[in-house]
Design a protein around this ligand. Structure first.
Ligand code: PEP
Ligand code: MN
Length: 264
């Protein structure tokens, strides 16, 4: 990694390692689950704990998240482990609740980036705060929608901004759950050279066996971070069971990827 070239100010501000490693379950399930995963992650290279509490499921009938209750669990995990916390927000109400619970980084999900109304609502709710926001690519391979979302946050004076590449849906069956289309985030970076770029290999892969290779490709392309779904019992996770890895596997992967904790 060319750290000096790509190290971004908000990573510095948090004294975060580079590349940034965000890990944690797809969904917060119970208080015990969130705390157990956080404690298993705290001595790994992951410095930010992720967990979805409002889950935008493509079809009804699946687990849709524990809701605001999960914010208390995340807050407790933060107090107990010192990790930063991040969750997905999809509207202004989510933003208000997340701010009340000291969530450090908010991410905008792929199904929200497609909606300029929702992106604008979130940006307006964050105006005047110094929160860090990570914007996932839209589900479909539409660079303009991704650019538009980034512009809406910049225009709302949210400058602690980054983007997450989580792959793009396609009607064709491929080895991926969502095609990486590596050129699209490169095009976005050409437009916004200072924007940190994070890979979410979990939602690209949809299966755990190719996550390492996706991470390696991202690091070779000089990405600024990784967001990896992690659960102590992946097969029994309440969402995205096939793609989650254990904290132990994450630790081994960061060793094999030669990621080391380097402060600031
Ligand atoms: C998630 O991160 O669990 C999630 C729902 O992601 P995406 O918006 O990329 O589908
Ligand atoms: Mn998920």
């Amino acid at each position: 990694m060319e750290n000096s070239k790509k190290l971004r100010s908000w990573l510095d501000a948090f004294h975060l390692s580079h590349p940034l490693v965000i890990a944690g379950p797809c969904s917060a399930e119970t208080e015990e689950q969130v705390l157990k995963i956080a404690h298993q992650l705290k001595d790994t290279d992951a410095t930010v704990l992720r967990a979805g509490i409002w889950k935008p499921r493509t079809r009804p009938g699946n687990f849709e998240g524990v809701g605001a209750l999960g914010l208390k669990w995340l807050q407790k995990a933060k107090q107990e482990t010192g990790m930063l916390i991040t969750t997905e927000v999809a509207n202004a109400h989510h933003v208000d609740l997340a701010l009340q619970h000291d969530v450090d980084i908010l991410w905008v999900g792929a199904r929200t980036t497609v909606s300029p109304f929702m992106v604008q609502e979130i940006a307006d709710a964050l105006k005047g705060t110094d929160k860090t926001v990570l914007v996932k690519n839209p589900v479909n391979p539409d660079l303009a929608l991704w650019i538009g979302a980034v512009e809406r946050f910049y225009e709302a004076d949210i400058h602690n901004l980054g983007v997450i590449h989580r792959g793009f849906s396609t009607y064709e069956k491929t080895r991926y759950r969502n095609n990486p289309e590596w050129q699209i985030p490169i095009d976005l970076q050409n437009r916004f050279p200072d924007l940190p770029l994070i890979l979410d290999p979990s939602h690209i892969a949809g299966r755990r066996d190719i996550i390492f290779d996706l991470c390696q490709t991202a690091l070779d392309l000089n990405y600024d971070g990784l967001m990896i779904e992690t659960h102590y019992d992946p097969d029994n996770a309440w969402s995205d069971a096939k793609q989650q890895i254990t904290p132990q596997r994450l630790e081994q992967m960061t060793v094999d990827l030669r990621i080391r904790k380097e402060v600031g």
